[in-house]
Design a protein around this ligand. Structure first.
Ligand code: SF4
Ligand code: SF4
Length: 262
């Protein structure tokens, strides 16, 4: 008998024999399709607390799994594997290895916040997606995502000057992500700006690019922001146990025979 809603099962969890006869009965194809049993043994019981400690994840405990976030999700409409409700379930259950199977798509949330408006429990699923992507990076499961590179470039400019200047942000973002500035769409965009924007505005933009002006009296605000950010980073490291993870990795490396490290 065929499996109903087979598309909901991951292909790697399905086993099918294309050519199988048992006791003279041909059970090839869907007649011999089995769903692999899954046994989860490596729970991370602190996972919900770890995500909740990061900005955006604070209200994950409110989720009652109604699925409104996934139903309204922009990215889910294109890719059914992008499933905020399911990931929130995995996080609350501590099923880290299951979550890691989707680690390369979680960062793709486009922050449209349709889920936020649909959620009846004020979980802020968009924030949970951001916190989860951040958690994956902090734990070393994924490299720094393009969106995190952008956030870091944006923040560093605000911290330094109290202002942002779009041209410098784009240049900094491209530098961080190893992209060339000579991309067709970017060249066309700049040409369009040169053709259509008032000359005075273009001159001001050029000056801001070159001179990097600061907000007046920014020094005090900058010091306060940097102190707050440092406090938050320390809090996040403690909540995720990152220092202990680093110590453990270092001691495991020390215990390894030198020749096996090559
Ligand atoms: S904010 Fe992210 S998770 Fe929410 S609906 Fe938009 S793409 Fe989906
Ligand atoms: S809409 Fe809110 S309560 Fe419903 S599953 Fe999504 S996060 Fe949970």
């Amino acid at each position: 008998m065929p499996i109903h809603e087979e598309h909901l099962i991951r292909p790697e969890d399905l086993t099918t024999h294309d050519d199988l006869v048992i006791d003279g009965v041909d059970v090839s194809g869907h007649w011999s399709t089995f769903i692999e049993s899954r046994v989860v043994t490596d729970y991370n019981e602190a996972m919900e607390e770890e995500i909740a400690a990061l900005p955006g994840g604070e209200y994950i405990h409110r989720c009652w799994q109604c699925g409104s976030c996934t139903n309204s999700c922009t990215v889910n409409a294109i890719n059914p594997d992008f499933n905020p409700r399911y990931w929130i379930y995995l996080i609350r259950m501590g099923m880290e290895s299951e979550l890691l199977r989707d680690k390369d798509i979680i960062w793709q949330c486009v922050s449209c916040n349709k889920c936020t408006y649909a959620c009846p429990r004020d979980v802020f699923p968009e924030g949970v997606m951001k916190a989860t992507a951040h958690w994956l990076e902090l734990k070393g499961h994924t490299p720094t995502s393009p969106s995190m590179h952008f956030d870091e470039e944006f923040s560093s400019q605000v911290f330094a000057t109290g202002k942002i200047e779009e041209g410098r942000i784009i240049r900094g973002f491209f530098r961080r992500t190893g992209q060339s500035l000579k991309q067709g769409w970017l060249i066309e965009m700049v040409k369009g700006m040169l053709r259509n924007l008032p000359a005075g505005l273009l001159i001001r933009m050029g000056l801001a690019n070159a001179l990097k002006p600061r907000t007046r009296g920014w020094g005090g605000a900058r010091a306060a922001i940097e102190e707050y950010v440092a406090e938050q980073e320390t809090h996040h490291r403690q909540a995720l146990g990152l220092d202990a993870l680093v110590r453990q990795a270092a001691s495991e490396l020390d215990a390894e025979p030198r020749e096996s490290r090559a």
